[in-house]
Design a protein around this ligand. Structure first.
Ligand SMILES: C[S@@+](CC[C@H](N)C(=O)[O-])C[C@H]1O[C@@H](n2cnc3c(N)ncnc32)[C@H](O)[C@@H]1O
Length: 232
């Protein structure tokens, strides 16, 4: 099932890339990403993974903040990766790879931070994806997951039916609650206007105005050591 799911994802996001939708997402996703970029407090030598990097706009922004480090943008869609490479020529410290999050083509313990913007709910097996992110992060490394389609945000549930691929309604804090990750941190944006079911995708343009308690991102820190399970 995972293989065909991955293939569907690749084909669907290749279509998005060919239709120019990769670049368009920068404006849509910037409002939730900018505050997180600040929170990441990137050091010039950080190595950062951008999972589901799309057209690479975020990888490029991060690359400018880590001039002595390395940024790897990874996406299951080879066409997204092609767009990202085409537009990143001036950035010497960013590179893009085609890959599925459940099998990240990178070495263990390499990255100091990882981020994923509006991608995790598409992953065929989110637990396997998190496990792989854990593997490529250094102990103490941080993973930032930004999602606006999740279980306790009912205003977005309608999106699932509008998408051509299977999605998961995640509960990011629950997904990340494990012996391997340090307590995750949620952040909330506030919505200053009411919106209706009919808003559909148009709502994405109003991220600055999210509903009270709409939780947008979650940060988890890889534990230095995995805590042993208590035996009875
Ligand atoms: C909604 S787009 C967001 C792209 C980018 N992060 C942005 O904010 O513009 C979701 C991206 O996640 C990628 N993606 C979906 N499932 C993936 C997976 N299992 N592994 C890697 N990338 C995936 C898609 O190909 C797509 O480019």
């Amino acid at each position: 099932m995972t293989e065909s799911h991955t293939q569907n994802l690749r084909e669907e996001f290749n279509r998005w890339a060919e239709a120019g939708r990769g670049e368009g997402m920068e404006q849509d996703h910037l409002p939730i990403t900018l505050p997180v970029l600040e929170k990441m407090s990137l050091e010039p030598t950080d190595n950062v993974l951008d999972v589901g990097c799309g057209s690479g706009w975020l990888s490029r922004r991060i690359a400018e903040k880590v001039p002595q480090g390395r940024v790897v943008g990874m996406d299951v869609s080879d066409q997204m990766v092609r767009v990202a490479r085409r537009t990143s020529g001036e950035h010497h410290n960013v590179l893009y790879v085609t890959g599925e999050v459940g099998e990240i083509p990178w070495e263990t313990n390499f990255f100091t931070q990882a981020i994923s913007v509006e991608s995790a709910y598409y992953w065929p097996d989110p637990a396997a994806g998190l496990q792989e992110i854990f593997r490529v992060l250094r102990p103490g490394g941080k993973f930032w997951m930004l999602i606006n389609y999740y279980r306790d945000n009912p205003h977005c549930h309608q999106w699932g039916a509008l998408l051509a691929v299977k999605t998961h309604l995640l509960l990011a804090d629950a997904e990340l609650a494990s012996r391997k990750w340090h307590t995750s941190e949620w952040w909330t944006l506030h919505h200053r206007r009411k919106h209706t079911q009919a808003d559909g995708f148009a709502m994405r343009r109003n991220f600055g105005l999210l509903r009270p308690k709409a939780r947008c991102w979650c940060m988890a820190k890889r534990r230095e050591r995995v805590i042993a399970r208590k035996t009875a």
